[in-house]
Design a binder for this molecule. Structure first.
Ligand SMILES: [Zn+2]
Ligand SMILES: [Zn+2]
Length: 637
């Protein structure tokens, strides 16, 4: 199908529907909205004048991008959802196919026609609900609204009377996709559009920049507060919907010649960072244009925090959020990229733990806002954390949005905005404040583990290579000698210790319901030095009502530390239970025997610092989580 020509039923002028699929045309001569009803035309009467919006486009502008035929903007639709007007532009590709270019808050979305799968009725949609849109994937409903069809120019692909209320839902999907379900004036979906955010550059559109500058200047120039007369400087004039006068605090409607919405005569709060100041964060110079004090009340206690609205014409809006002296840089997050549950949320492969849920309300505002902010605005908030990041959801009845924050050291904020003095002291631990102990604790654990493994290996090495037997001798106790008598005392044969180290002396004797005590000495034949030791063996057994029993042992092990190399003998002076002379005993001497307690000592030393760090880390985390909905929760991130 190609274009279609007819005469205007109101004025008779020639009407050209350039798109074969267009159903509504605004007559350029008389301003009537003319609808195609089969082969007939019907006039809906004159439409209102176009509303002044900050649009940088106009009808007739052409564009083109890779993979598509060139297009022309042939229609302009102006909608208002009660807090501002926005433009939808109809792109016509070579006459037959078309798409929308949606322009709102300085952002553009290319929205193409997609096959409409079965979807819930308008009344059944709620923000946050997921909807399967078929091939494009599963989307999350981010906005459910009813907007008024204010006026139009050019042609439109639907037949709706200007002034009607239109139902629609915006959705956010995987991979940065956006979708709009168009319910028209009814409750059943009529069309589905799927697309993504685009720049005019990539659409091959040259904006009417001169007009843009002119309009900005016109709106920004010499304004004053109608309430107090104070001069107002709009820093984002094309985006601003609400201004809270920095002199008197009154709330003004920037879309209706600064009409006073709420009159105040005193600025209720003083921001730490002044309105209009500029700060360098994440490689961009931002202008601080708005300030809000918000709060949540939990169990009767009010927890306030502050949000600073940052603006940069090409990048849009960001936030600096301050709570109890803790700062975060906050950016919008694509709702379709968030997979949120009760306890955790996933965003771009990063896992976050649920921190707290609350009802957040707006208590005070100052400066400029790109939406129709008002004191008392309340929304449900859910915060998730993965220090130094956080993920936050805000949900009102008609809108849900997510944001992604990154912790900033207070000093960084002061430096970025070149502020005098020092930032206020931090209170407690911030929700997404990185733990100073996490990295250190992990490193210490790694080193301690490595050290432990090494100590164990060294122990194993000595266990198998050390422990050389340097002497072994069996001593017979002559019959008839008295215990402890000089006749019982013996000197062993001489033996050599080759290397310095400990000496293990093991004594074994076949004691049976008796004992053997050995007063011993290690004698260095070269130096004459003497090391005393003793060994005690006792072994008893029998049986009683509980059955057989035994206690004690038939051997005894003693260690002599730090024995020098040299020539040695042992002097052994045995005593025994009178009348129960053991026939003999065996002495075995080993050099350099590894001791398990050395390993244990090494491990204790190795783990002392990691344990201290682990304890500090745990205290830090418990302090963090004490502010959350979860009394204490271990954080391993
Ligand atoms: Zn006409
Ligand atoms: Zn004022």
């Amino acid at each position: 199908m190609s274009g279609y020509e007819a005469s205007c039923p109101s004025c008779g002028a020639t009407l050209v529907f350039s798109l074969g699929t267009s159903l509504l045309k605004i007559c350029e001569h008389c301003g009537s909205a003319v609808a195609r009803k089969g082969v007939n035309l019907e006039s809906y009467g004159r439409v209102a004048e176009l509303l002044p919006t900050p649009s940088v486009l106009k009808l007739g502008i052409e564009g083109g991008y890779a993979g598509a035929p060139r297009f022309t903007l042939v229609g302009r639709l102006q909608l208002d959802y009660g807090a501002g007007t926005w433009d939808e532009w109809l792109m016509s590709f070579s006459g037959d196919s078309w798409a929308w270019l949606s322009e709102s808050q300085g952002k553009f979305h290319y929205m193409g026609v997609a096959a409409l799968p079965p979807v819930p009725d308008f009344d059944e949609l709620g923000v946050g609900r997921t909807v399967d849109l078929g091939p494009p994937g599963t989307f999350v409903v981010t906005e459910v609204r009813t907007a008024r069809f204010m006026t139009a120019a050019g042609e439109l692909p639907f037949d709706v009377q200007p002034g009607s209320l239109l139902h629609y839902a915006d959705l956010s999907g995987p991979g940065g996709q956006f979708a709009t379900l168009d319910y028209g004036t009814g409750s059943a979906a009529e069309a589905l559009y799927v697309g993504r955010e685009v720049t005019l550059d990539e659409m091959g559109i040259r904006a009417i920049a001169d007009d843009e500058e002119r309009r900005k200047k016109a709106r920004a120039g010499s304004l004053s507060c109608p309430q107090c007369g104070g001069p107002l400087e709009l820093r984002a004039p094309d985006q601003t919907q609400r201004v809270a006068c920095p002199w008197c605090g009154s709330l003004l409607d920037a879309t209706r010649d600064l009409a006073v919405l709420e009159a105040l005569n005193k600025v209720p709060v003083k921001p730490l960072l002044p309105l209009g100041s500029k700060g360098d964060l994440q490689g961009t110079t931002w202008t601080l244009i708005g300030f809000m004090e918000r709060s949540a009340t939990v169990e009767g206690i009010r927890y306030p925090w502050h949000e600073y609205l940052l603006y940069e014409p090409r990048k849009g809006f960001r936030w600096l959020v301050e709570a109890r002296g803790h700062w975060s840089f906050v950016e919008p997050a694509h709702t379709g990229d968030v997979d949120a549950g009760m306890d955790r949320a996933l965003y771009r492969g990063q896992a976050f733990k649920h921190f707290q849920g609350s009802t957040a309300s707006v208590d005070h505002v100052l400066g400029e806002f790109y939406w129709a902010v008002a004191r008392g605005d309340a929304s449900e908030a859910q915060d998730y954390t993965a220090p130094p990041h956080m993920l936050s959801m805000e949900r009102s009845e008609s809108e849900v949005s997510w944001s992604y924050g990154t912790y900033l050291e207070p000093g960084e904020v002061w430096k970025a905005f070149r502020l005098e003095g020092s930032p206020p002291e931090r209170e407690g631990v911030g929700m997404n404040q990185p733990s100073p102990y996490t990295a250190a604790s992990r490193a210490a654990n790694r080193w301690a583990l490595l050290g432990a493994a090494l100590a164990f290996l060294v122990y194993l090495f000595f266990l198998f290579t050390g422990g050389r037997t340097v002497h072994k001798q069996s001593v017979t106790i002559p019959a008839g000698v008295a215990p402890g008598s000089p006749e019982a005392t013996v000197f062993t044969e001489r033996f050599f210790v080759q290397e310095p180290g400990n000496l293990q002396i093991r004594v074994e004797a076949p004691v049976s319901n008796s004992w053997l005590y050995l007063a011993g000495a290690l004698v260095n034949e070269e130096t004459g030095s003497v090391d005393d030791f003793d060994a005690e063996l006792e072994y008893y057994f029998g049986s009683d009502s509980d059955g057989a029993w035994s206690e004690g042992s038939r051997d005894s092990v003693r260690y002599l530390p730090e024995v020098e190399p040299g020539r040695y003998v042992l002097r052994l002076e045995p005593q025994w239970e009178p009348g129960k002379t053991p026939p003999s005993y065996t002495v075995r001497v080993r050099s350099r025997v590894p001791r398990l307690w050395h390993v244990v000592l090494a491990l204790l030393t190795l783990w002392a610092w990691p344990l201290v760090l682990a304890w500090k880390r745990m205290r830090f985390e418990s302090q963090r989580w004490s502010e959350s909905d979860h009394a204490w929760m271990e954080s391993d991130s």
